[in-house]
Design a binder for this molecule. Structure first.
Ligand SMILES: Nc1ncnc2c1ncn2[C@@H]1O[C@H](COP(=O)(O)OP(=O)(O)OP(=O)(O)O)[C@@H](O)[C@H]1O
Ligand SMILES: [Mg+2]
Length: 295
């Protein structure tokens, strides 16, 4: 497994990582979340020796990570690293060769991935001639070309259309199912909620929430209410204790509330206040958990 332990990194007087600790096991997929500037990219870069941390350790199966381990890892960096003038197929083959594949294996794998991403007819196009989303697909293919044991992807879903995002999700799921350890960062919490059993939330350089989405939802001290009534909901909501957050979208009110708030009388009052169009009371979404964790 990948284990990141007590990682510290400062840039001048900016603390980027402040005792960051998390792990990813083979066959699992971890959604790595956190606000802008929280330290996600810095933590991911540390796996590849691209930053020199001041304290802590990064290991794979309990061994320090050297160039030999890194050749068996796949990485999609935040600053996408393709050669713009090189043809897509040549580029993938070249990257496969760099990671120790034979020329024919690398070429075959490049064709397989281009096919899988619906880019077979663009194989001889220079990367710069592809759209942003298609460049992103080639970048993912570059991370997968040598069938890595660990896959680290920095915001792989950014800028993808819904169909491309679905393909990306399917591929990540397949990779985890066949035993690859997968970690990716994302700001698209609905995607993460769909895709990942495991999540870790980093804030100001350290992990503030970690676990399976299910465990975290069940254990959360908050609940998620959606309410849509014909009448005025304000007096009704004013009668509720423990409201942490409210959003209004048209007539739909979404309220995050303490889990121990007594809701028995509320529903009766809601029905009296006007025709009740919609009412749900559920465990929090991943976005609710995220907001609570980083505010
Ligand atoms: N090379 C660098 N030089 C100076 N400061 C840096 C450098 N890299 C990162 N930082 C700082 O470290 C902190 C963490 O940055 P990082 O890029 O890891 O955040 P992030 O979680 O990936 O954010 P985002 O969601 O915006 O991608 C930020 O304050 C950032 O400005
Ligand atoms: Mg980043």
């Amino acid at each position: 497994m990948l284990a990141i332990q007590d990682l510290h990194k400062t840039f001048g007087n900016v603390v980027a990582l402040d005792g960051c600790t998390f792990g990813v096991e083979r066959g699992r997929m971890l959604g790595f979340l956190g606000p802008n500037g929280a330290g996600k990219t810095t933590a991911m870069r540390s796996i590849f020796g691209l930053i020199h941390h001041e304290k802590g350790s990064v290991t794979w199966d309990d061994n320090e990570i050297t160039i030999n381990e890194r050749r068996r890892f796949g990485y999609m960096p935040e600053e996408r690293g393709l050669y713009p003038k090189m043809k897509a197929h040549d580029q993938l083959t070249y990257l496969g060769r760099l990671r120790g594949m034979s020329a024919s294996d690398a070429s075959k794998s490049a064709d397989n991935w281009l096919e899988r991403f619906d880019l077979a007819d663009r194989r001889t196009d220079p990367v710069e001639a592809l759209s942003h989303g298609n460049q992103q697909r080639v970048q993912l293919a570059a991370a997968l070309i040598h069938d890595p044991e660990l896959l680290v992807l920095d915001e792989p879903f950014s800028g993808l259309d819904p169909i491309a995002a679905e393909t990306m999700g399917d591929i990540l799921r397949e990779q985890a199912a066949k035993g690859t350890a997968v970690v990716f960062s994302s700001h698209q919490l609905d995607v993460v909620e769909d895709l990942c059993e495991d999540v870790a939330i980093i804030n100001r350089g350290s992990i503030v929430v970690e676990g399976t989405v299910k465990q975290l939802k069940d254990a959360a001290p908050i609940r998620h209410i959606e309410l849509d009534i014909d009448g005025d909901p304000e007096p009704l909501l004013a009668s509720l204790d423990g409201i942490r957050h409210t959003t209004v979208n048209g007539s739909m009110h979404t309220v995050i509330i303490d889990a121990d708030t007594d809701m028995r009388g509320f529903l009766a009052r809601a029905q009296n206040a006007g025709r009740l169009r919609h009412f749900t009371y559920t465990t929090p979404s991943l976005s609710d958990l995220f907001r609570e964790a980083v505010q």
